[in-house]
Design a protein around this ligand. Structure first.
Ligand code: MG
Length: 164
């Protein structure tokens, strides 16, 4: 029998480079640097998508959206997240809540958290108060602290949709 609840965890990191938009949680944040990657490189959304896939014990987003595939170049990561949510719901589960920690020395994340929660709740079709986002710095330690990149951790709880 399928368990009534499952959890998932995801992590992602992308390098900060010049000449790219800084997209986090589906929101473009004004900054001198942006995240480098094949898609829009939204590491917050990638970590969250991996958490959802992980809750179903599915492989990470690189399997469904391989970086070697030209058609995914520059893609909106909300599309990846929508795919991950569909994978959960097509297996008889729904999303209870998600929680994300983003670690960045710069830019300042806090002013954009409300907009990110709105975007992610729309993509996942869950209420904004079921989307937690917290931001912290790395206290100037290591590569993240040196502004070389931004990383994010995400967890989710899903429940069997025949239990409610
Ligand atoms: Mg990524």
């Amino acid at each position: 029998m399928l368990p009534p609840f499952r959890i998932g965890h995801g992590f992602d990191i992308h390098r900060l480079v010049e000449g790219r938009a800084c997209v986090l949680g589906g929101v473009t944040i004004p900054h001198s640097h942006g995240l480098d990657g094949h898609s829009d490189a939204d590491c917050l959304t990638h970590a969250l998508a991996d958490a959802l896939l992980g809750s179903m014990a599915l492989p990470d987003i690189g399997h469904a959206f391989p970086p070697s595939e030209p058609k995914w170049k520059g893609m909106d990561s909300q599309e990846i997240l929508r795919h991950a949510a569909h994978e959960v719901r097509s297996r008889g589960y729904d999303i209870a809540n998600v929680d994300i920690s983003i670690i960045a020395e710069a830019p300042k994340i806090a002013p954009h958290i409300s907009a990110m929660r709105t975007v992610l709740s729309n993509t996942l079709s869950i209420p904004p108060d079921c989307v937690g986002i917290k931001a912290t710095t790395n206290e100037k330690l290591g590569a993240i602290g040196n502004r070389e990149g931004i990383c994010a951790h995400a967890v989710c709880l899903v429940y069997r949709d025949d239990t409610v």
